[in-house]
Design a protein around this ligand. Sequence first.
Ligand SMILES: [Zn+2]
Length: 272
Amino acid sequence: MKLTQDNYYSHDTDFKYMSVSIFKDFMKCEAATLAMLKEDWEPNRDNTALLVGNYLHSNFESPEAHEKFLSDNKKFLYKYGNPEKGIKSQYKQADSMISVLDHDEAFRNVYEPGQKEVIVTGEIEGFAWKGKIDSLVLDQNYFCDLKTTADIHKGIYDPEIRRKVPFVKAYGYYMQMAVYQELIKQQFGVECQPFIFAVSKQDPPDKMAIDFNSVDDGYELDDALEFIKDNQERVWDVMNGEVKPKRCGKCEYCRMTNVIDNFTHASEIEVD
Ligand SMILES: [Zn+2]
């Protein structure tokens, strides 16, 4: 199956190629993710953050892409779904994030020249993966990802190591960068270094150019690929119906489909 801009996010292609976002969803809850992929259930997500992200991405992709995004999402972006009534305040904020990046010389020089939304595919230990590169500059051996986040400096609690970590680690961006680096290498034969341009949703927005060049970043990137290698076979078995999906027992889907079939000892209620 050939991946295109139109089918990249469709669940049909999700059953052929693993993506970092679906893999991360599986690590949170197998039952919920499988139900979502099979379109048995749709998460009740607030899509504002996603739309703000797409608002920025389409703006830096091309004027045509941005126009198409605005017209495809009229009912979410504008007051009463009507462009004449003006854009909602969250998306005015997106305009100020765009302006901050537009006026930044490093962003203009590093991010803007790249080829945008490049679809890449490849294999990790025999399993097919897909990725979409925000901005790829092959002849200078790097690629960039654009991230919007509430606050670049806000620590996010990591229950595994019991301390706060930066958003890059908390949201699995090491994994994303490691996979993209590998897929670019397989598709184009070029070893590219990853960069993230982050812009915050604060007023005024903060911004940062992030590389992965420290020794610890190297360990994190390697660990992320190892984690995938250790867990991907099970994910495919669950997707193919060979193994029953595990329920996390806590998410929206698990709560919705929860049936009491036994007593839980008071002393053994799981807590985060
Ligand atoms: Zn769950």
